[in-house]
Design a protein around this ligand. Structure first.
Ligand code: FAD
Length: 401
C-alpha cells in the first residue's frame, strides 16, 4: 500500500496490486479488499478510490448499455491509419511499443501504461477510441472438432472487463462522463515511469544497448551510438510513425473545438461544461413518472470538463493554451528521487508537500489565465475558489426537442 500510494505509476516496478483479473472473475471480493486495506500501516485513499471506480464503471454500464460501442457524446474526428503499428508495438516510440508488446505477450499492462497507450491512440494517432477498446477486448478463439468439443477463447487483456474498459476508453476518447484531464506524452511519460529504461529494454530488446537517457528517444542518438548499440532505425527497430507530436496534438484540440461548436446543444453556454443526455430510465426513476420524457424533453447533465477545451472553445485561434493538458515530464527524475527520499523519512509530510506543490501549480495557471502578473517576491496569494468558467452554477438543463 505504501508503494502503491506514491509510486503506482512506475512501469518498471510492480507497485500495483495486480488483482484485477481475480476481481473480474469473481475470485476475490472487493469488499474483502476494502476491509483488508484498513489494516494497512499507511492510509490507502488511492487504492480505495480505485475500488469505487470499479463500481462506478458497472453503474455506468447499467445506465448506458451501449457504453462499449456508442460514444455518449458526439465523437471527434478520427483517422484510420497506423492502427496496426499501435497494436503490434511498432510505433517507433519505445514506451508505447514496450507496453503494447507486453500486452500481447502476457495479457497485462499496468494502469499508467494503459493511459499512455490510450492517449497515444487518441490524441496523437487520432484513431477512434472504439479501436482501442476492441483491441483490449479482442478475443482469440480456438475451436477443435465437433467430437472433441474443445472450445477456448482468450482476451488480449487478462482482466478484460466490458464495464471498466468501456468507461475508461470513453473517458480517454473525450466522449465519456469523466474525460481525462491530461494527455500522456510518449517520451516524457517514459522519464516518469521508467527513468532508467528497464521496462523499455525488457520489451524492446533491440534497444537494450542504448544509454538510459536515449532509450526512450532513439532517434535522438548520434549515428555512431546507434551503430555501437546495434540499432538500425527502420530495420531492426521502426522509425516513428508520426514525428510532429505537437502538431498532432494541436489538431486533436482543434477537432474537439469544431465538434463543440457544431453541437452547441451539448455545451452549457453559461459554464462552458460539456453536457450529456441522461438516460430516460434514470430520469423516470428519479422523478417517479415518465411525464418529462413523454413531453419530448431531455435532461442534460453538465460534466466536469477539461479547462483546455473550455478555453480553446472561447479562443479558437489561440496557439498557446495555458491549460495545455500534455504532461511534459511532470515528474522529472530529479523530482522522483526527491519524493522517494522524503517518503522514506516522513510519509505524511511527503504527501502534504506534494499536495502543496500541486496547489501552487494550479494557482500559477489560474493567475496566468486571469492575466495577473507573477508576484515579485514571497508566496503567491490564494486562488479564488472558482475558476472563471464555473462562475455560473451548473445544474441540470432541460432541453426541449
Ligand atoms: C484504457 C484503459 C482500459 C482499462 N481496461 C480495464 C479492464 O478491461 N479491466 C479492468 O479491470 N481494468 C481496466 N482498466 C483500469 C485499470 O487500468 C486496471 O483495473 C488496473 O490496471 C488493474 O491493475 P491492478 O489490479 O494492479 O489495479 P490497482 O491499481 O491495484 O487497483 C485495484 C483494483 O481497482 C480496480 N480499478 C483500478 N483502476 C480502475 C479504474 N480506472 N477504473 C475502474 N476500476 C479500477 C480494479 O478492479 C483493480 O484491480 C483500464 C484502464 C484504462 C486506462
Amino acid at each position: 500500500i505504501h508503494r502503491y500510494e506514491k509510486e503506482s505509476c512506475r512501469a518498471d516496478a510492480p507497485n500495483t496490486s495486480c488483482l484485477s483479473p481475480y476481481l473480474h472473475f469473481g475470485q476475490i471480493s472487493p469488499r474483502l479488499l476494502l476491509w483488508a486495506s484498513r489494516s494497512a500501516t499507511c492510509r490507502p485513499p488511492k487504492f480505495r478510490r480505485k475500488l469505487a471506480w470499479r463500481d462506478l464503471a458497472y453503474w455506468q454500464l447499467c445506465l448506458f448499455p451501449d457504453l462499449p460501442w456508442e460514444s455518449l457524446r458526439p465523437a471527434y474526428r478520427a483517422d484510420r491509419t497506423h492502427l496496426k503499428a499501435w497494436q503490434k508495438g511498432r510505433t517507433g516510440y519505445p514506451l508505447v511499443d514496450a507496453a503494447m508488446r507486453q500486452l500481447w505477450l502476457t495479457g497485462w499492462m499496468n494502469n499508467y501504461m494503459r493511459h499512455v497507450v490510450a492517449s497515444f491512440l487518441i490524441a496523437y494517432l487520432h484513431l477512434p477510441w472504439q479501436e482501442g477498446y476492441r483491441w483490449f477486448q479482442v478475443e482469440l478463439h480456438f475451436a477443435l472438432t465437433m467430437a472433441g468439443h474443445f472450445h477456448f477463447h482468450l482476451d488480449t487483456l487478462v482482466d478484460a472487463d466490458v464495464a471498466i474498459d468501456a468507461m475508461m476508453w470513453q473517458n480517454g476518447g473525450m466522449c465519456g462522463l469523466d474525460h481525462w484531464n491530461f494527455v500522456m506524452h510518449p517520451v516524457s511519460a517514459g522519464l516518469t515511469c521508467d527513468p532508467r529504461g528497464t521496462f523499455a529494454r525488457r520489451w524492446c530488446p533491440e534497444l537494450a544497448a542504448l544509454p538510459d537517457e536515449l532509450v526512450h528517444r532513439p532517434w535522438k542518438s548520434p549515428a555512431s551510438m546507434l551503430r555501437r548499440a546495434g540499432v538500425t532505425l527502420g530495420v531492426n527497430y521502426p522509425e516513428r510513425i508520426i514525428t510532429d507530436l505537437e502538431e498532432r496534438r494541436a489538431q486533436s484540440l482543434r477537432d474537439v473545438v469544431r465538434v463543440r461548436r457544431n453541437f452547441p446543444q451539448y455545451v452549457d453556454q453559461l459554464s462552458g461544461c460539456d453536457l450529456v443526455p441522461l438516460p430516460q430510465r434514470l430520469v423516470q426513476e428519479a422523478l417517479g413518472s415518465g411525464e418529462v420524457a413523454d413531453r419530448g424533453g431531455r435532461f442534460l447533465l453538465p460534466l466536469i470538463t477539461r479547462m483546455e477545451f473550455k478555453y480553446q472553445t472561447q479562443n479558437p485561434d489561440c496557439r498557446d493554451n495555458p491549460f495545455d493538458a500534455v504532461l511534459k515530464g511532470y515528474v522529472s527524475r530529479k523530482r522522483d528521487e526527491a519524493t522517494a527520499f522524503r517518503n522514506e523519512r516522513d510519509f505524511a509530510a511527503s504527501v502534504l508537500s506534494e499536495s502543496v506543490q500541486r496547489r501552487e501549480r494550479q494557482e500559477r495557471e489560474q493567475r496566468a489565465l486571469d492575466g495577473i502578473p507573477r508576484p515579485a517576491t514571497g508566496r503567491p496569494g490564494r486562488t479564488p475558489r472558482k475558476d472563471v468558467f464555473s462562475a455560473q452554477g451548473a445544474g441540470f438543463t432541460l432541453l426541449h426537442n
